[in-house]
Structures are given as C-alpha cells and as structure tokens.
Design a protein around this ligand. Structure first.
Ligand SMILES: [Zn+2]
Length: 87
C-alpha cells in the first residue's frame, strides 16, 4: 500500500468537521489541503468561489508532486475528485 493511502484513505474522521468515518464510508481528498474529508464537506468546498481555480491548480501540482513522492500518481490525483473508501 502506498504511503499516502495509509495516511489518508484510512482516516478515522473527517479532518474538516470531525465526523467519524468508518472504513466503508466514502471520503475524498480536499483540493485545498489534500486531507481526507467527508462528502458533505466536499460539497461545501465545491461551493467556494475559488474552487474552480484551486481544483485546476491541485491537478497540476499533484501531478508534479506525485511524480516525486508517490508511486501511483494517477491514484493520488484521482482521489481528489472521486470518493473512495478505506480498503
Ligand atoms: Zn466533514
């Protein structure tokens, strides 16, 4: 398992609102701070005025960073935009 997956995908609570996350609850990575958040916090994030530009930036920077830091850049970027569960 990749390091980021261990750290992020199995978080026990939303880092934004502290709602508890069970292994099978869906979560998603924030494009703002790259922390795992619950889907209602994600919905709030999407309403922010700067979401469009921040999410475009997140795609670019996560591609660049993941080349250096992670073995599976595609997965890491993907998890910012598609909900996932703790495997
Ligand atoms: Zn939350």
């Amino acid at each position: 398992m990749d390091q980021w997956e261990e750290k992020l995908s199995c978080a026990l609570a939303c880092t934004r609102c502290d709602a508890s996350l069970k292994p099978k609850d869906q979560r998603i990575l924030s494009v703002y701070d790259h922390e795992p958040i619950c889907l209602s916090c994600k919905a709030e994030e999407e309403k922010r005025d700067d979401y469009g530009s921040v999410s475009r930036e997140a795609i670019g920077s996560c591609m660049a960073e993941t080349e250096l830091l992670y073995s599976d850049p595609k997965g890491y970027c993907f998890h910012h935009f598609y909900p996932f569960t703790c495997k």
